[in-house]
Design a protein around this ligand. Sequence first.
Ligand code: TYM
Length: 409
Amino acid sequence: MAANQQEVHVEDLQIGDGDGDDLVTPWDVQGSSAKGVDYDKLIKRFGSQKVDDVIVKRIEQVTGKPAHHFLRRGIFFSHRDMHLILNMYEKKQPFYLYTGRGPSSDSMHMGHLIPFLFTKWLQETFDVPLVIQLTDDEKFLWKDLTLEEANRLAYENAKDIIAVGFDVNKTFIFSDMDYIGSCPEFYKNMCRVEKLVTFNQVKGIFGFGDSDCIGKISFPAIQAAPSFSSSFPHIFNRKTNIPCLIPCAIDQDPYFRMTRDVAPRMGCHKPALLHSTFFPALQGAQSKMSASDPNSSIFLTDTNKQIKDKINKYAFSGGGTTVDEHREKGGNCDIDVSYQYLTFFLEDDEKLEKIRMDYSSGELLTGFLKKELIGILQDLVSKHRDRRAQVTDDVVKQFMTPRKLKYDY
Ligand code: TYM
């Protein structure tokens, strides 16, 4: 069956909070069991495809490079139309990457890093342009922030994103507030999307109610617009038909289910997607790491001491309540937050597998996992902090100036 045929129609895209369903929306994630979200079930409910061995092998085969451990370990677990992107790449036809961030806090947290780290790998592996949308308008509409403050946070977050290591010759970062007014082509795409989606549909997809402001109701068109290459005339030389691939966590999928529904009616390609699982909250996999709860999160600006204290104090343990019980029954990696974090950041497959076996058998105690994790995260965050300190206002300006990138179209 062709990938698109399995797709759920936009009329059916209700937010899932029915009996036994995990709640996954762009604003809220709540798993119904201690293991967190049931991702296989989510794939069925959302009508996407599993990132299976076939697709991982194919990515390795067409790029000639080993797959990123996020792919090998099922962290990027779901996709839409990835085979079409790989077909294009094989035929040397162009595509581009699109991802984003809603700037609601001065610093991003470890969870936000996941799509950006993976996007960097995709950019390096496929050598393609990347556009990054900073939705300061979204955060103005949803949070208690002034326009000016949301815009300031966009520029602060741009520093975190640049510090991930993107190539300035291949990357355009933009704030909605600053870019949209300067680009009629972007605004035209917003209007096209706005005309094709009814109020009833956005209510069904996003759960908007009668007392939500009208800004929220039309916002999805703004997140949809960068999926179309014509929104970036300076990059794509006014070409309207260059497909895009969107890496993000699965909470953003409602926006792109809507976009995929309208794209053919706009004469455009549907955006392809690669979805990640959620980096869990320190308190457990039932909810995602979220900036609105500082105790659930490790921020990219946290000091080594803060990282150590937060993990020791809050990271939910899957170990036994006493050492004797733990030695006898072993630890449960499925719910142990430190182990879950190691699957994201400990790249050595053999070492990770040994930790899994020794923790499950009861030989290793929770304290060992926490110590291992604290060392890895302190190293990662302090290197990130150093790179961020090098990002001057001038560098931010370079990334955020509309311009041609190194590619010709
Ligand atoms: P935002 O700022 O909520 O999140 C930014 C990116 O991080 C992902 N994410 C996570 N990934 C793993 N674990 C977590 N705990 C976690 N929390 C957040 C999000 O899925 C996202 O990829 N509306 C968007 C901004 C946006 C965007 C986009 C995102 C605009 N265009 C295109 C992705 C793709 C937002 O508020 O993201």
